[in-house]
Design a protein around this ligand. Structure first.
Ligand code: BTN
Length: 322
């Protein structure tokens, strides 16, 4: 059975109220039998459908359904498209770029991803209607070399939006992980297509945990948290995305003009590991030192026995004192 659920059905049931089979049929323009088939699919998305004789069907607690008008409110964006179900918004954006021109700033956002991609080949667990999974495309004229540091600017944009939303303890872990008290709140994955020395397209992929609960999170091996858990109150995912996109649009445009320079100080303000004893793991190698922020190319600076060394790869973590 296809998992594709009609938008109209999700929009109708998102209010958490009862809707009769007849009303649903009318909204979808289908027969009672077809309504039943569609309702069965909700189960596969992990949604609990309640059915009461004489009243109809409802999703208890409703559904925080993504809303394109709220997402784009006050922003100059060429396009925002909401997908109910996709393998990966990054993969889908790359497929579209292969077939046509996609204007800078176009956004794809999904209610769920069946094969969400994380960094280092990891999976990004993407349960239905819980978090934000989106990709924005940006076209750069001067090849991949001009992109040094862009992923740090993306992480910084997410943190700035989170601070504006009240998550004052959101921090950055080099290069672009967003943490709250050491737990992962958001991740960034940049993928590039086009000409590495000329016109290239960057797909800026962001996953931000908003409403995920432990029962939705099977498959995640690292410590994580969500915006709602950090704030202790519920939030509207579309409003959160609107704030994140607002920061991204301004910051990426400035990065395109001026490079990473103007962002080094703001990035350092939110550096989770500033002046901390850390270890950088490069495959089997481990380098111990004191974290000293980033340089103008976005590389990690480490004070190793009094000598400053820079790193453009590897995994940084706090050094455990035994
Ligand atoms: C990380 O591992 O920290 C990066 C995670 C990036 C996940 C996002 S979700 C939207 C976009 N589409 C994907 O498949 N991945 C990115």
């Amino acid at each position: 059975m296809s998992k594709k659920i009609p938008e109209a059905l999700l929009a109708l049931l998102s209010d958490g109220q009862f809707h009769s089979g007849v009303a649903i049929g009318e909204a979808l323009g289908v027969s009672r039998a077809a309504v039943w088939k569609q309702l069965q699919k909700l189960d596969e998305l992990g949604l609990t459908l309640e059915s009461v004789k004489g009243k109809g069907y409802r999703l208890p607690g409703g559904l925080d359904h993504l809303d394109a008008d709220i997402i784009a409110a006050g922003l100059t964006l060429p396009a925002v498209e909401i997908l109910t179900d996709i393998d990966s918004t990054n993969a889908e954006m790359l497929r579209r770029l292969a077939g046509a021109e996609v204007p800078s700033g176009s956004v794809l956002v999904a209610e769920q991803q069946s094969a969400g991609r994380g960094r280092r080949g990891r999976e990004w667990v993407s349960p239905f209607a819980k978090n934000l999974y989106f990709s924005m495309v940006w076209n750069f004229a001067n090849g991949a070399a001009a992109l040094d540091g862009l992923s740090l600017v993306v992480g910084l944009s997410v943190v700035e939006a989170l601070h504006a939303l009240g998550v004052g303890k959101a921090r950055l872990k080099w290069p672009n992980d967003v943490l709250f008290e050491g737990q992962k709140l958001a991740g960034v994955l940049l993928e590039i297509s086009g000409d590495a020395t000329g016109l290239c397209h960057v797909v800026v992929g962001v996953g931000l945990n908003v409403k995920m609960r432990p029962e939705d999170s099977s498959g995640i091996s690292q410590a994580w948290t969500s915006v709602e858990r950090c704030l202790g109150q519920s939030v509207d995912r579309s409003e959160v995305l609107n704030q994140v996109l607002a920061r991204l649009l301004v910051n990426i445009a400035q990065f395109q003009q001026q490079g990473l320079g103007p962002f080094i100080t703001p990035w350092s303000t939110y550096d989770a590991f500033a002046a901390k004893d850390v270890v950088v793991s490069l495959g089997e190698r481990q380098i111990f030192g004191v974290s000293r922020g980033i340089d103008e190319r976005g590389q990690l600076l480490l004070d190793v026995n009094g000598q400053l060394q820079s790193f453009n790869g590897g995994e940084v973590s706090l050094r455990r004192v035994l």
